[in-house]
Ligand binder design. Sequence first.
Ligand SMILES: *[C@@H]1O[C@H](CO)[C@@H](O)[C@H](O)[C@H]1NC(C)=O
Length: 98
Amino acid sequence: MKTLVILVLLFSLYVYTLCEKRCPSTICDDIKVKCQAVECSEGFVEIIVPELCRCCPYCYKLINGGGNCSNPWETVCANGYKCNIKGVCESSCTLRHH
Ligand SMILES: *[C@@H]1O[C@H](CO)[C@@H](O)[C@H](O)[C@H]1NC(C)=O
């Protein structure tokens, strides 16, 4: 029984970690890094995501609304969307009803 509780806790932690913002968005402000040039294929965007503690641009796959963004290290939601806890890009504007 105790083992089950621990397993459930570990799993929750794992799920939480997937959506967690690891670093503050200002983390790169004071850091000078030498970055390698990146070249993204079509459908990918080159951006810096300080929240992932990455101060260099990487290619992220652009995901549209309803798409799978469960891997924050490789995907990013299109403009106006954000990755929800289920790993799906949902409209970030909660006031819109249509
Ligand atoms: C998204 O893709 C991952 C890996 O392919 C998969 O494990 C996960 O179930 C998918 N999530 C959704 C919401 O489709």
